[in-house]
Every structure is written in C-alpha cells, then in structure tokens.
Design a protein around this ligand. Structure first.
Ligand code: TXA
Ligand code: MG
Length: 332
C-alpha cells in the first residue's frame, strides 16, 4: 500500500533495518541514485567502497534532511550557505565546508572538508529523517561507470544484493553541482545544472559579497573527483563532429585505435541522441547512454553540435568528455 505521498512505507522500514545492520541501500535522488550507509555505522560506510569497488581516496557526499542536520557535520556554515540552502535545498547543490567531529574520516577520505546536500526525493528525505543521522552516498554505480537514474539501473549494477528503496526516475539526471565555500570564496568543484551564473544571481540579489576561485587553483587534494575518465559505458563512446558521417567515424576509429582506452570490437555503431534542450538532455543522458551500450552495438557515437553551448551544456559535456574513449578532431 502506498501512503499519501506515493511511498511504500514497508520499503522505508526495510531500508532502515538494512542500514541498522551495517548494510547499504539504493536511494533515489533527483540527480542520480545513491548507494547509502548511515554515518554512524563504520562497517556500512566501508561496504559502500567495497560494493562500488571505489578507492578510499574518493570522498562521499553526506545527505541530510534539513539545514539543522547539515550543521551537525560541518563547521563554518555562513550566510552564503544559509542563502544557497534556502534557495536550492532540497535540490542538486552540494556544499563543501570544513568538517566537524561528527563526520567520520572514511567519508571524507581523510580531508578536513565534507560535502553535504539535501536531496529532493520525498522517500529519501523520509528515510534520512527516520534514520536520524546523515546518509553518506556516492552514485550507485560501479566505480568509473555510468551513473544510475532509475531503480532498475541500480539493480543492473549490483544485482539483487542491493535493496533499492524506490524505483522512480531521477528528474535532473546528472550529479549535483559541488561548490566549495571557504568564507566568501567560492569554487565549483563539479559543474551541474545549478550553474555559477545561477548562484551568482542569487547572491547578488541579496547583496552578498563573494569571489570566485577556479578549480585549477585548488590544491589537488582539496579537489578530488577530477578523474579524467569516469561515467564510462560498457562499450566505447566516441565524440564526433556534427557533420561526420558514420563512414568517417569508423575510419577515424580505425586510425586512432592506439589512443583508445578500450578497443572497439566490431563495426556496429549506435548514435546517442539527446534533446537539444540541455535540461531534458541531462535527464535523458545516463539512461540513453546505458540503452545504447545495451543495444548490441560495438561502439556508441555522439555528434557534438554548435548549439550545444552555454553553462548547462558544459555540465553535460563534463560527463560526455569523461565518458568518451575518443574525441574526433572534427569537433568545432
Ligand atoms: O548528485 C549527487 O551528488 C549524487 C547523489 C547520489 O547525491 N552523488 C554523487 O556522489 O555524485 P559521487 O560520490 O559519485 O560524487 C561525489 C563527488 C566526487 O567527485 C567527490 O570527489 C566530491 O563529490 N567530493 C565529495 N566530498 C568532497 C570534499 N570534501 N571535497 C571536495 N570534493 C568532494
Ligand atoms: Mg559518481
């Protein structure tokens, strides 16, 4: 039986039991699905890394159900954080702040900072509320692979060993913007659909002074997760120019074999098609990439078009570039 907000109360109950017993569960969020453990269960947190085959140097995001809960895990919460959380939470913005003693080191990979966010899924918010502690969760995919945006995607990553508390499709579709807040200095560590311009407009409206620092100016240890390859589908993805024919793409692959991370095992290509509206394109992105990889194709290609410009598209290209095995020099 579903309750008034369309949840299955017994699913939340089951998830709470698993989390209590040092387990991990799949949780829906508006961005991508997470693989969650309780912040006060060290064995559960370790399990996230072993199930994902994720190296311990990559820190996790802490998911909270309120600003009050966020404040338990950070220090240095300031007016900028208050304004941004009021504007964007629950929603796809993670704030990186100095951590408090309540945040275990395994979550932050030994860093002195922690990422926190309040996700926009009623089921997940309810789960966190009932758990009474933050849930650490990376995206629920095998390390380096395509992120999941439905419950079925999580099942295809980990099989039935991971219980998924809800099945709904994520409406944003790409991961949260990760924003470092150090006093009034801001750095986007990972782009998302909440862009620098959007953040800037909100702060300017409130007359909050702030400065921007580039991610390249950050010490490498403070800006982890900048891996060159990530989000990769199970068959190679090639980024092509907008007027490249399939024959030209195949010839290019043939001539650039040695540059490819993974080899193309045949000549059957499948085009990845995305909406021209970047908000819709983000929503479709991981699901379409997965279907293309499952279609029996030997490689996937995506034609990069001139209109795919601007901050929203650049968040999508951050993923496309990392997911790709080869980028043709015909891209304008
Ligand atoms: O939308 C999202 O953020 C999703 C959902 C599940 O909430 N989560 C997600 O987690 O994308 P994950 O682990 O796949 O990516 C987290 C990113 C990584 O690039 C990590 O390096 C960065 O956030 N991160 C986490 N803690 C950090 C910290 N203390 N300092 C800098 N970067 C941090
Ligand atoms: Mg991820």
């Amino acid at each position: 039986m579903l309750n008034e907000i369309g949840q299955e109360p017994s699913a939340i109950k089951r998830a709470l039991e698993i989390l209590d017993q040092d387990g991990v569960v799949g949780i829906p969020t508006e961005t991508v699905y997470g693989l969650a453990a309780r912040l006060d269960r060290p064995k559960g947190l370790e399990k996230i890394f072993s199930v994902k085959q994720r190296p311990f140097f990559d820190p996790l995001i802490v998911h909270v159900e309120s600003v009050e809960m966020a404040k338990r895990y950070v220090s240095g919460w300031n007016t900028i954080c208050t304004i941004l959380s009021e504007e964007f939470w629950p929603g796809p913005l993670s704030l990186v702040l100095d951590k408090s003693e309540s945040t275990p080191d395994i979550v932050t990979a030994g860093l002195t900072t922690v990422a926190v966010r309040m996700p926009r899924s009623l089921t997940t918010l309810d789960l966190i509320r009932q758990a009474g502690v933050g849930l650490a969760a990376p995206s629920a995919n095998r390390f380096g692979k395509t992120s999941p945006t439905t419950g079925a995607h999580v099942a295809s990553e980990f099989g039935s060993s991971v219980f998924v508390v809800d099945e709904r499709a994520s409406e944003v579709g790409i991961e949260s913007t990760v924003l470092r807040v150090r006093g009034n200095a801001l750095t986007i560590l990972r782009p998302g659909l909440i862009t620098r311009t959007i953040i800037e407009n909100v702060l300017n409206e409130e007359s909050i002074e702030h400065t921007w620092e580039e991610v390249s100016a950050q010490p490498k240890t403070e800006a982890p997760g900048q891996m060159k390859h990530h989000y990769m589908p199970d068959v190679p993805l090639i980024l092509a120019g907008e007027s490249d024919s399939i024959t030209e793409i195949k010839t290019y692959i043939e001539n650039h074999k040695s540059e490819m991370l993974d080899q193309v095992s045949g000549t059957n290509g499948r085009e990845l098609i995305l909406s021209t509206n970047p908000v819709l394109a983000a929503r479709e992105f991981y699901g379409s990439l997965r279907s293309a990889a499952r279609s029996g194709a030997d490689f996937i290609y995506f034609r990069v078009r001139k209109e795919m410009a601007g901050e929203l598209w650049s968040a999508i290209f951050d993923r496309l570039n990392k997911a790709a095995s080869l980028r043709m020099d015909t891209i304008k």
